[in-house]
Write a protein that binds this ligand. Structure first.
Ligand SMILES: [Zn+2]
Ligand SMILES: [Zn+2]
Length: 298
């Protein structure tokens, strides 16, 4: 385990290092490098840490699980058990005392970054936490949990040795920063800005912008309504890169027991939409007195 002060310093150093994009030459190929590094690790985080470890939305074999967990750990968001364990606590206490990152409880900065760096109140994942209970004894997962700083370091080194500063900056510094905020925005932006299809007992919202940058996680109100589903975008028009990846894995036999959104949840969504539509439509009867008053005023 690294001392916390060192972790906090490295975090801010990487955040600031994203500014080096202005110091190295620009090429469109570097933008592609940013996109691969950002989105591949975004899918890793949401597919492995979120939908697999925290929510058991599907099953995969040990090698596939290791590869995706390794990719996710390279995102520099600490270890898989720490990440998924805290996420379970988020759902358990969603926007109430005990939620490790709620903008309603602790303000925007703390819910976005503060909790991740220095949480004295809720930085604990009990041994009874289902993530710890079921995965802490798997040797390769426990190894990644212990040496969580190794995959990002290896990625940074490989990029630097391959293409020097431009590759390090465009393939590691910038995408690690953008990915940190894409993930953190689910905890903050998605509990403040967006639409609420389902009236859940929390402030979760659906937001297409965060859904794009966080590989499908932005359909967060859907997700709070039904956590177990392998898809967070419940309809074809709700972009969910991680869901397409899980579906592709299932098509070739790499994923199975993929949890669907139950019919009753879709019916609930339909009913809520219909109810909102009638509420918004002003009826002629409602409009009549207003018309009469307007005529009188003339
Ligand atoms: Zn949430
Ligand atoms: Zn979740």
């Amino acid at each position: 385990m690294l001392p916390n002060i060192l972790q906090v310093s490295i975090f801010w150093l990487v955040q600031v290092s994203a500014l080096l994009v202005f110091a190295v030459p620009f090429r469109w190929a570097f933008v592609a490098l940013w996109a691969v590094s950002h989105f591949l690790r975004a899918v890793g985080l949401t597919l492995a840490f979120h939908r697999y470890f925290a929510h058991r939305a599907f099953k995969m074999n040990r090698s596939a699980r290791f590869v995706w967990t390794l990719i996710a750990t390279a995102a520099m968001q600490k270890g898989p058990l720490w990440w998924a364990g805290h996420h379970v606590n988020h759902h358990k206490f969603a926007d109430r005392d005990g939620d490790p990152h709620s903008p309603m409880i602790s303000g925007f900065y703390y819910a976005h970054i503060g909790w991740f760096l220095n949480d004295t109140k809720y930085d604990r994942v009990e041994a009874t936490n289902p993530v710890i209970r079921d995965f802490s004894k798997v040797p390769e997962i426990a190894w990644l949990e212990r040496y969580f700083f190794f995959p990002p370091l290896a990625l940074a080194l490989t990029l630097f040795l391959t293409g020097g500063w431009p590759w390090l900056v465009w393939g590691f510094c910038l995408p690690t920063m953008t990915l940190a905020h894409a993930t953190f925005a689910i905890n903050t932006v998605n509990h403040m800005f967006g639409s609420r299809r389902f009236e859940t007992l929390d402030e979760s919202r659906n937001n297409p912008l965060t859904a794009f940058f966080a590989a499908g996680e932005g359909w967060h109100n859907n997700h709070h309504r039904y956590q177990r589903a392998a898809r967070n975008g419940f309809y074809w028009w709700e972009l969910d890169l991680t869901w397409y990846t899980i579906r592709a894995m299932a098509a070739v036999g790499l994923a199975w027991d993929v949890q669907a959104v139950p019919k009753r949840v879709y019916e609930e969504a339909r009913a809520a939409t219909a109810q909102r539509a009638t509420r918004r439509m002003p009826s002629v009867v409602d409009a009549m007195p207003m018309l009469e008053l307007a005529e009188e005023a003339e």
